[in-house]
Each structure stands twice: as structure tokens, then as C-alpha cells.
Ligand binder design. Structure first.
Ligand code: UD1
Length: 352
């Protein structure tokens, strides 16, 4: 793994895996800034990676290709019995292909998620990774259905969601933390929390201008930590100054796990294009307006998530009538996702 959302999924699983197997962690280096990587390892007590390949930045082909070659080399040196990949980033795809080509069995955490938007980079990564995998750990019932529809019928495991497991464990610390609100003088329930980083939203000027229009018309202050990709694109299109001038917005650098989740828990609503934060906010009881026209997490549409795209009218209307958020459980048939995943790998390797 190598990107921020993958560290979050690894955190609750790493200790359980290490209790059963000799567990090695390979960091591709896709995310490399301290606040995009190291902070997560420290705060979530993730053991230091056994190797960091330091492959970050560049185009999709260059990045994925360099990772593929380097992961293959690492697998040849360490000869693992099993490789686990997470989510849908370029690191996921490179790991899947490298392991499958060496006939090392692969387990995919967060298998079966689909947006059905074929040119979305993550959708390509998901589809290819799933089809190269041997064990498919599906967080939702919809994910199981998606895989069956693509002809993958064996070793589908309804594992639940590791992000929820971590949140369940961290809920008290998240509630106690007052750092992000205190720092910016924000009151609980009196601000919006926004994150945006998807290529489709930030790589074109028109969509960035729509985002600025949304921020400028917001009825409440907006706390907005800027992902490096978003900051770079705003700079390139000469829109960063306009955003900085907007008195509605409180700009932040990328925030730690704890501060992000506290900011989400205390906000009146979360506006995001992140798959992870969509679910995390709902788990903490905060309604979500998703800045996309579709979501892989279709269950969330009955749990307080609204798809609003980049349409300011839709957003303002939704903010006036925010959906209710039900309680969400992290267990599947009474079991934690980390336990389900670890025992499934164990059974698979012992041929049961
Ligand atoms: C990647 C994933 C996306 C995931 C997101 C989480 C892919 C295709 N996309 O998107 O699915 O939701 O991570 O954040 O894998 N950069 C920095 N510092 C960093 C990391 C990145 O400056 O620590 C820069 C990179 O050099 C690059 C840009 O940000 O120019 C984008 O990074 P990249 O890893 O390509 O994609 P993300 O947008 O982060």
C-alpha cells in the first residue's frame, strides 16, 4: 500500500495479522509528504513499513509501471505465501499484477466496489485488481453482487469495513479531541467540513470554478484541508488566490486522521468526493453531501448520504433539509472485519 486511505485500512488489521502471521508491510511511496503518510503511521500506531519504494508522483503509467517492477523484485526477495492489497489506488493495481504474475495468491481488501464510470482511474484499478485476486474481501452486499455479475463467484467473503472498525475503536478519542475546532474558532454544528481531490473534480478549470462558486455561496463557514493535488491544480489554473480571498473558507493543510474525523464528527454536514470520508462521516452521525454524481457505496444513500455533484442549487437545497443518519454497525454476524479477513487467509493457506 502507499496512499492515505490504505494506511487507515491497514491500521486495525496489522496487529491481528501480526498475531497470526509473519506480516511484512511494503510502502510504495505513492503518498510521501509527512502529513499524507508518516502522520498516519504515528497516530494509528502502524508498524514502520519493512520497505519503502519511494515511488510517488508522475503519470499513471510511469507510477504504476515503476511500482510493478519494484514490487516484483521485493516479492522475489521475500517470497511471501500471500499478498494483501487494499482499495483502488495505483499501488493496489501494481501489487495485484506483481503478485499474480509470480503466482502468489492475492487477497483484495475492499473488493467489488464499482462506480460504473469506466474512465475513472480508481474504477480501472478496482476491476483489474479484483480479477487478479484469489480472495475477495467485500465490505458490502452490493460489492458481492457486483463481482458475481462479472463472473467472479469463488472466494467472495463479506468482510465488512475496516474503516468502521478503526472508527469504533477511536470514537472516544475523536470525541475528546478539540484541536481543529479550537484552532479555527469553529463551533460544533456551525460549520461545514469539505474535502475534494478526485481527478474528475479538480483536474479541469470548469469544475474548480464550480467548487469556488459553491464555497462562495455557502451558508456557513467551510473548513477545507487542501489535498496536494487540489492545491497544485488551483495554482496551475490561477484560482488559488480567489479561494484564499474567500471569507467563507478556512483553509488547512492535509489533516491527520484524528483531526479529520473530529472535524467531520462536529460539522453540520460533510461535503466530499472521498469514498472513505463519505462512510466515516456517516458512521460518526454526520450527514454527507457527496460532490459526485455516483457513489460506489450505494448503501450510504439510505444512511444520510446525498449525491449532489457540483450543483450549487442542489447543495444549498440539501443543506436546508439534511438527511437523518441511522446507527451503523461495524460487525458482520458479530465478527470484526480484521478477524474475518485474518481467519479467511488462514483457512485459505491451510487448504480448508
Ligand atoms: C490517490 C488515489 C485515490 C485516492 C487518493 C487518496 C490513484 C489513481 N488515486 O489520489 O484513489 O483516493 O490517493 O488521497 O491511485 N502528492 C504530493 N504529496 C503526497 C502525495 C501526492 O505532493 O504526499 C502529489 C503527487 O505528486 C501528484 C498529486 O499529488 O502530483 C496526486 O497524487 P497521486 O498519488 O497521483 O493521486 P491522488 O490524487 O493522491
Amino acid at each position: 500500500m502507499g496512499a492515505r486511505p490504505q494506511f487507515i485500512k491497514l491500521a486495525p488489521l496489522a496487529p491481528v495479522l501480526a498475531g497470526r502471521f509473519n506480516h511484512l508491510i511494503l510502502h510504495t511511496g505513492q503518498h510521501y509528504d509527512r502529513e499524507m503518510s508518516e502522520v498516519f503511521f504515528k497516530q494509528l500506531h502502524i508498524p514502520k513499513a519493512n520497505r519503502n519504494l519511494n515511488i510517488g508522483g508522475g503519470g499513471h503509467g510511469a507510477m504504476t509501471g515503476a511500482m510493478l517492477a519494484a514490487i516484483e523484485k521485493y516479492l522475489l526477495q521475500t517470497r511471501p505465501d500471500f499478498v494483501l492489497i487494499y482499495g483502488d489506488t495505483n499501488s493496489t493495481l501494481a501489487g495485484a499484477v506483481a503478485a499474480a504474475k509470480l503466482s502468489v495468491p492475492v487477497g483484495h481488501v475492499e473488493a467489488g466496489m464499482r462506480s460504473f464510470v469506466k474512465d475513472m482511474p480508481e474504477e480501472i484499478n478496482r476491476r483489474l485488481s479484483d480479477h487478479a485476486s484469489d480472495l475477495l474481501f467485500c465490505p458490502t452486499a452490493a460489492a458481492v453482487k457486483n463481482l458475481k455479475a462479472e463472473g467472479i463467484k469463488k472466494n467472495l467473503i463479506r468482510s465488512g469495513d475496516l474503516m468502521f472498525e478503526l472508527l469504533h475503536r477511536r470514537r472516544a478519542t475523536i470525541k475528546k479531541n478539540n484541536r481543529p475546532l479550537k484552532k479555527h474558532g469553529l463551533q460544533p454544528g456551525q460549520y461545514l467540513f469539505m474535502t475534494v481531490h478526485r481527478a474528475a473534480n479538480v483536474d479541469c478549470r470548469d469544475n474548480l470554478e464550480k467548487l469556488l462558486a459553491i464555497i462562495e455561496q455557502a451558508p456557513l463557514p467551510i473548513l477545507l484541508p487542501l489535498h496536494p493535488r487540489t492545491r497544485a491544480r488551483l495554482g496551475r489554473f490561477r484560482l488559488l488566490k480567489r479561494l484564499e480571498r474567500c471569507d467563507r473558507v478556512v483553509l488547512e493543510r492535509p489533516m491527520s486522521y484524528l483531526d479529520t474525523l473530529t472535524a467531520a464528527a462536529c460539522a453540520q454536514a460533510v461535503l466530499t468526493d472521498s469514498g472513505g470520508l463519505q462512510k466515516e462521516a456517516l458512521f460518526l452521525g454526520t450527514p454527507v453531501l457527496t460532490l459526485r454524481d455516483e457513489t460506489e457505496w450505494v448503501e450510504t444513500l439510505h444512511q444520510g448520504n446525498r449525491l449532489v455533484g457540483l450543483d450549487p442549487d442542489k447543495i444549498l437545497r440539501s443543506l436546508r433539509r439534511l438527511p437523518k443518519v441511522p446507527r451503523i454497525s461495524y460487525r458482520i454476524n458479530g465478527k470484526a472485519p480484521s478477524t474475518i479477513i485474518t481467519s479467511s487467509i488462514d483457512r485459505y493457506l491451510s487448504g480448508k
